[in-house]
Design a protein around this ligand. Sequence first.
Ligand code: CMC
Length: 431
Amino acid sequence: MSESKSVLLSDSATGKSVELPLIPGTVGPSCIDIAKLPAATGHFTYDQGFIATASCKSAITYIDGDAGVLMYRGYPIEQLAKQSSFLEVAYLLMHGELPNAAQFSAFEHEVTHHTMMHEAFRNFLFGFRHDAHPMAMLTGMVGSLAAFYHHGLDLEDPEKRRLAAIRLIAKVPTIAAACYRYSIGWALRYPRNNLEFVDRFLHMMFEVPSEPLQLNPVVAKALDLLFILHADHEQNASTSTVRLVGSTGANPYACVAAGVAALWGPAHGGANEAVLSMLAQIGRPEDVGKAVERAKDKHSGFRLMGFGHRVYKNFDPRATIIREMTHKVLAELGVNDPMLEIALKLEEVALKDEYFIARKLYPNVDFYSGIIYKALGIPTEMFTVMFAIARTAGWVAHWLEQSAEADSKIGRPRQVYIGQTRRDFVPMAQR
Ligand code: CMC
């Protein structure tokens, strides 16, 4: 925690100065509270992309980008990856503490019994083009939950809010699997209550009527671990979107649908799909050098997907775990994927290259996750959907935290106006 309580800011243009309070965190840097700045100096602050700006106070996830630290509710990601499960992590993110056995069992029971969808969802889903991207369908379908479950949802009631969060964690996998099956023309599968969270999802994805599905425990374990690693990441673009929409008082389904849309972009959750397309495009380990050269050329419009991170400037601890896991999972499943060879070569070449060293660009969580998803039999178009299933736990935790704030404010950034100055309207005939 910081010792100083304020910073003095003086404005050389006006000679005015203002004392701005410091808001300490429990760990990590304190933040300058600039709310008084416009009134005191007449200036706003400008921070494109929120490089230096905290948008909220949160007790959920902590990242130290220089040290490569990620903690959910204080627990290091490495420990959770080794010892926890996705559903336990979802509980932890939502409630702030690890559950005891009874609490976990009650939570699991609730999530399990909210996995079903209203039957009318089928009609909605069947309205999409057969070749629609699953993320397009997911965005629409999650938003449509408001049409089924928003009625009577009193956002002032913490219990109702908690139930909405449970519904989202429970139903997003059902929707995700339905989107996939629709896209390949398979009959939809209902969620099976006798299965655990990940097994149930795999069943909804891959079961066919003609033969029983043999679930591979290696696949289920790997998927559970990937879900843990993707569950939350403090104020990333999609979570910030959820919070911004939430700040207007919109219902949680609309907030999470907005989060899904934000996640889709290749600079964010869409990167895992983009990594695989990039590796396929590179084609051979011998051509990695050319790709790296192209990524360094600012005019090429090409970046190494799965490389770089706004916060991690040392290494992404999730990438370290996934890298190790990729080798293990591929060996256990007996998969020999030439993409892995290309990925390893790409990592090796980029990490030795001055351009990437100087800019502190390291493989991020998405660099290896696509290779594992592929080995697990998840189709490429579903990679970002998988991310969304996991991140729903984080989105609802942040929405719950924000909704419980006594002093919440609508998110409303300002701008530096660079348009025309005042001018008079010219009638069309005179233009
Ligand atoms: N390949 C080549 N150059 C890069 C890359 C890359 N992947 N990433 C950043 N740079 C360069 C960039 O051109 C800039 O160079 P210069 O200083 O000479 O202008 C410098 O590094 C800083 O980049 P930036 O765009 O200002 O950094 P940012 O913090 O705004 O962006 C990022 C972070 C993740 C969007 C970016 O690194 C990127 O586009 N990476 C590829 C996409 C990706 O893998 N995204 C997944 C992120 S992790 C999971 C998630 O968030 O969902």
